[in-house]
Write a protein that binds this ligand. Structure first.
Ligand code: PMP
Length: 432
């Protein structure tokens, strides 16, 4: 009748837990899995929701304003599509550009243009400055960090809170150093931790004093319409807040239909103040005689209006939600009560973040790969790939089928238990 003391005493339970985790890992490795949780790609079932795009715009080649979409021109993009996304991205249609298929490309180009031509409000080109730095809320999106590395922009990590970046740190850093020219923000259902910025965070970003007169917020609203619950999160309107605060040129807003329609053939958007829009258009006029307006027209015909976007996103959610639910259920089943990890329960977006209590993320990713489960490299969520606590693992549940995803998450929890208990055992022996 007596409870096994090993169940209560962590020190004596550990050898058994470790033995079991080792056996489970051997079983896992023997299954010869080939599963991939690396990137936030839509699954084929999600792409099928926009199948109609492949037959649009049909024989039609005239936009609402009479533009022949097959021809050159229309650098700002089709007005009827900009009208639809004005509401989604909180940018007046007249200040919104509809461009190519990738918002990352627009972020890249905005950086290049800021380096090579003087921004509104700037004293000189960024390339003429001795040093340029960006604030990088962490954990964050690896491709933002890759852009900074590509252009020699120093990265200063700032911790995320559950309301967005730590604004005390942000305000201190931007006020102190004119080399700090920008900050990366994914304001809604952030990649990877699912955080949405509070109204207070948005207000402080808009109003804070910056030493650089040409400071820019790179507002990457990639998940603006990507809710996973019945209570969509609303974020404050940054562009309007900047204008009200007397910093009208501070915000660069980005978005795309990559995870609304087709990730490789959607439409990307840039929104900002009239001065910034003129600046970008003038620079873009050198690199293009106009965007793919056929694609823009078919998107406008397919989505119809902002309500059409919401209806479509409800269908996306029906495909995605069961996958996020499965991840939550299996993480709880495999790691609940172990104290080895915590994880996010995002209300939208594309990712679940797993935080290992005592580090070991690199080792977990390595062991998982050896067992046939490929994860985003540990550290990718931090500038220079350096997660100082080696704690964050990003899980991207969208692409695999449900059964495959379930196998991958179960396997991942085995790896977390294995590495977690090994580390505890090593720490107990004082050899960590
Ligand atoms: N920003 C964020 C935060 C993302 O997660 C992604 C896609 N993973 C992108 C941008 C890429 O957007 P696009 O396809 O429009 O280039």
């Amino acid at each position: 009748d007596h409870p096994d003391p090993a169940d209560d005493n962590t020190a004596t339970a550990l050898p058994r837990l470790l033995d079991r985790a080792r056996q489970e890992y051997r079983d896992l490795a023997a299954r010869g899995l080939a599963l991939d949780l690396t990137r936030g790609k839509p699954a084929p079932a999600q792409l099928d929701l926009s199948g109609e795009l492949l037959s649009l715009p049909g024989a039609r080649h005239t936009a609402a304003d009479g533009t022949d979409v097959r021809n050159y021109g229309g650098l700002q993009g089709l007005p009827e599509l900009r009208e639809i996304f004005a509401e989604v991205l909180q940018v007046p249609a007249g200040q919104l550009l509809a461009a190519g298929n990738s918002s990352l490309e627009l972020m890249h180009d905005s950086l290049v243009h800021a380096l090579l031509s003087v921004l509104p409000g700037a004293e000189s080109r960024w390339v003429d400055q001795e040093r340029i730095a960006f604030l990088c809320p962490v954990p964050g999106y690896d491709r933002h960090f890759a852009l900074c590395e590509r252009f020699g922009i120093d990265m200063i990590p700032v911790p995320m809170t559950d309301e967005g970046p730590d604004m005390d740190a942000v305000e201190r850093l931007v006020a102190a150093d004119p080399a700090v020219k920008g900050i990366w923000c994914v304001p809604k259902y952030s990649n990877p931790d699912g955080v949405s910025y509070s109204d207070a965070t948005v207000a402080r970003l808009a109003a804070m004093s910056t030493a650089a007169p040409d400071f820019r917020i790179f507002w990457d609203n990639a998940y603006a319409a990507h809710d996973l619950t019945d209570e969509p999160v609303g974020i404050a309107d940054l562009l309007a807040a900047c204008a009200t605060a007397g910093n009208p040129d501070r915000a660069f807003v980005f978005g795309s239909t990559s995870k609304i329609t087709a990730a490789g053939s959607g439409v990307a958007f840039f929104g900002s103040s009239p001065a910034n829009v003129r600046w970008l258009l003038a620079n873009n006029a050198k690199r293009s005689i106009g965007p793919d307006k056929v694609n823009q027209l078919r998107h406008a015909l397919f989505l119809r209006d902002a309500d059409g976007v919401r209806t479509h996103m409800a269908r996306q959610r029906a495909v995605l939600r069961p996958k996020f639910d499965a991840v939550a259920r299996l993480l709880e089943a495999g790691l609940g009560g172990t104290g080895l990890a915590t994880w996010t329960a995002p209300k939208g977006g594309y990712f679940v973040t797993l935080q290992l209590t005592d580090g070991g993320a690199k080792e977990v990713v390595r062991r998982a790969a050896e067992a046939g489960i490929v994860l985003t490299p540990a550290g990718a969520t931090h500038p220079y790939g350096d997660d100082p606590r080696d704690a964050v693992i990003r899980i991207a549940p969208s692409y695999p089928g449900l059964a495959e995803l379930e196998r991958a998450i179960e396997g991942l929890t085995v790896c977390v238990r294995l590495v977690g208990y090994e580390r505890r055992a090593a720490a107990a022996e004082g050899v960590s």
